[in-house]
Design a protein around this ligand. Structure first.
Ligand code: ZN
Length: 242
């Protein structure tokens, strides 16, 4: 089985299209989305449509829920808040229905998906350090948990002796006795200094994880954000991936 797992599209249609196009060469069996389909970018409805059509499962992100009043908008910085209010005003009925239906956690025999952490899935904490990772490791009944939210791809590894490591690698061979928390990075708003879209592949037969990057038409996404009247800083950050 080959999973295509992606996160944090953030209403960036150009980035989402580039990622889905790149996935076409990867023989993906099942697509999964780790949330934040909307927020920041100018194409929320188009992105919801495409994600709905592509991903077997999408879990809720904080922007998804905030856009349909399921999470308080006061938790966001002023630019993000402005984008959420804009998104709320521009969502179609079908998009709203889809975002309202999203659950915070998904589990199957191979993996768990959660936007933030397993400790507080509906609070959207960030998986940024070994302490937070350790709590999620303790709550995992599978070997793999895929997360998003920070927009920075990276992998927490818990080995057999329960030691925790963090690695920012683009390829990893999985070991049976270790556990992994994999942040797949962001499709629509990377924050690791590389503006290219990030996306992940999990091959269950080969026991391998890949994090890949693909260029997209950033200029068009940039112009659309400005034309929509969204904060200029949101357009500028996708140029630099920061
Ligand atoms: Zn996000």
């Amino acid at each position: 089985m080959r999973y295509g797992i992606f996160s944090d599209v953030h209403a960036n249609l150009e980035a989402l299209k580039a990622v889905l196009c790149a996935y076409k060469k990867e023989n993906i069996d099942i697509y999964l989305c780790i949330g934040d389909v909307v927020g920041y970018g100018a194409d929320p409805n188009e992105c919801v449509e495409l994600v709905k059509k592509t991903a077997m499962i999408t879990v809720a992100g904080n922007h998804d829920w905030a856009s349909v009043d399921l999470f308080p908008v006061d938790y966001f910085n002023p630019q993000a808040k402005q984008a959420i209010l804009w998104t709320k005003d521009n969502l179609s009925e079908q998009s709203r229905y889809f975002l309202e239906s999203l659950k915070p956690v998904y589990k199957n025999k191979d993996l768990i998906l959660v936007h933030g952490t397993l400790e507080n899935p509906a609070e959207f904490d960030y998986m940024l350090d070994g302490y937070t990772a350790n709590v999620t490791f303790q709550l995992m009944d599978t070997h793999l948990c895929f997360v998003g939210h920070s927009h920075i791809a990276g992998i927490f590894i818990q080995d057999q002796a329960k030691r925790i490591y963090y690695q920012e690698v683009n390829h990893l061979k999985l070991e049976d006795k270790s556990k992994y928390i994999i942040n797949v990075g962001s499709v629509g708003q990377p924050r690791d200094g590389n503006p290219s879209s990030a996306y992940c592949i999990y091959d269950t037969d080969k026991k391998e994880i890949f994090i890949k990057r693909v260029d997209y038409d950033i200029q068009t996404a940039y112009t659309k954000i400005l034309t929509a009247g969204l904060p200029k800083s949101l357009a500028e950050r996708i140029l630099v991936g920061g």
